[in-house]
Design a protein around this ligand. Structure first.
Ligand code: S3P
Length: 447
């Protein structure tokens, strides 16, 4: 699929044991939020370890367009001089979010809670993604959609509320983006904005808001899940934010090292927030040799160094309630499952259909192209493991999806024949230097 540029196919070949110590780029979720809270705070926010990938750069440009001063000082070290809550500017141009669903949906919350009007657009993948999930609560807050593509899709012009209302919103799907959108819109409303989520999702917005001076309380909801209450119109003050390594990016060298015989690597400084570690739990259940060293805190989040050794994996059943904590990791888990002994059943994957691509369909097609026995039953993906042996030899369509590209490149490091992915340009949306990092530990990824 095209992103308007020349596609950059790449091939991964059977590799010798992976060895070495690596550090993956900063967490994408935290990087978006650090920029956005920097925009809304008074004074200076300084980051270290910020992810400098296309998705976050699009958010940085949008923050500038809304009135922040954003500067890069050194790799990962950025400063944001905030416009301040309630003092945003109406952007002169369209906010182009490229491939980034998180950037778009969270920024819609910020615009929706302010008396400004902004047009949101993105690439062919982003234009296909559902936005109604954030527009519904934003209308309740008082925002108005002036124009949009079919079914509320991008390109979309949003007129924010002049006097945003505090609402109580029960999220209809497990989505940290929807939760965060409502909380960010509620910042500029008086009184309490409440989000109830039946399934717990990543909580970086809540944690970072507290770090910037807001009062956010989370309690168990009597009907299940969590009830998050934000006290409106807080005094947000610029902060120093240290962004740890992205567990969703660490997943790729991690699974590669588990699968390539004789491997042993260390991945330093990986964020270990429990709302993000479902993949690690699942791999441990499958018999993976992963140990965590040097537990510490960074940017308000738990962090550790992962030591990973090649392992014989066993198929497992992955329960649906774990999906939110590993939603971005199913494609690479499917690759791990393809090499395991026995069957892996991944249950409750309906949200995978609403990602950068229909990831359930894209993973199934990639498995089929490489001789992996599997089936999709409703929202479940069932993979029959090849006990260390997969034919490979396929070309995988990535559909503008970075994680599909990286997952199947990992497959090619272990399969009998090389695996080609049709385009790797989108990897730059989340994992700058992926190929170089993988090849530095011995992987054979190239033309
Ligand atoms: C994200 C939430 C998840 C995830 C995405 C990042 C976030 O999306 O897939 O990569 O930073 O809030 P959903 O909220 O749509 O599940």
């Amino acid at each position: 699929m095209s992103h308007g540029l020349t596609p950059e196919p790449m091939t991964a070949r059977k590799s010798p044991a992976l060895k070495g110590v690596v550090r993956v780029p900063g967490d994408k979720s935290m990087s978006h939020r650090a920029m956005m809270l920097g925009l809304l705070a008074r004074g200076r926010t300084e980051t270290s370890g910020l992810l400098e990938a296309d998705d976050v750069l699009a958010t940085a440009r949008a923050c500038e367009a809304l009135g922040a001063r954003v500067e890069r000082h050194a790799p990962g070290q950025w400063s944001v001089i905030g416009a301040g809550l309630g003092s945003l500017l109406t952007p002169r141009d369209t906010l182009d979010f490229g491939n980034a669903g998180t950037g778009t949906r969270l920024m819609m919350g910020i615009v929706g809670g302010h008396d400004v009007t902004a047009t949101f657009d993105g690439d062919a993948s982003l234009r296909k993604r559902p936005m109604e999930r954030v527009l519904a609560p934003l209308r309740q807050i008082g925002a108005e959609v002036l124009s949009s593509g079919e079914g509320g899709r991008l390109p979309l012009t949003l007129k924010g509320a002049r006097d945003p209302l505090p609402i109580t919103y029960v999220t209809p799907m497990a989505s940290a983006q929807v939760k965060s959108c409502v909380l960010l819109a509620g910042l500029n409303a008086p009184g309490h904005t409440v989000v109830v989520e039946r399934v717990v999702t990543r909580d970086h917005t809540e944690t970072m808001l507290q770090g910037f001076g807001a009062t956010v309380t989370t309690v168990d909801d009597p009907a299940g899940g969590k009830r998050i209450t934000l006290h409106g119109q807080p005094n947000l003050v610029g902060q120093k934010v240290a962004v740890p390594g992205d567990p969703s990016s660490a997943a790729f060298p991690l699974v590669a090292a588990l699968l390539v015989r004789g491997s042993e690597i260390m991945i330093e400084g990986v964020m270990l927030n429990p709302t993000r570690t479902g993949l690690f739990t699942t791999l441990l259940e499958m018999g993976a040799q992963i140990s965590i060293e040097n537990h510490r805190l960074s940017g308000g989040e738990a962090v550790g160094d992962l030591v990973v050794k090649a392992s014989d994996l066993q198929g497992v059943e992955v329960p649906p309630e774990r999906a939110a904590s590993m939603i971005d990791e199913y494609p690479v888990l499917a690759v791990a499952a393809a090499f395991a002994k026995g069957t892996t059943r991944m249950r409750g994957l309906h949200e995978l259909r609403a990602k950068e691509s229909d990831r359930l369909a894209a993973v199934a097609a990639g498995l089929a192209a490489n001789g992996v026995r599997h089936r999709v039953e409703g929202d479940d993906l069932i993979v029959e493991g090849g006990q260390g042996q997969i034919a490979g030899g396929g070309t995988v369509e990535t559909h503008l999806d970075h994680r599909i590209a990286m997952s199947f490149l990992v497959m090619g490091l272990v399969s009998e024949r090389p695996v080609t992915v049709d385009d790797t340009a989108m990897i730059a949306t989340s994992f700058t230097g992926f190929g170089a990092l993988m090849n530095s530990i011995g992987a054979r990824i190239g033309d």
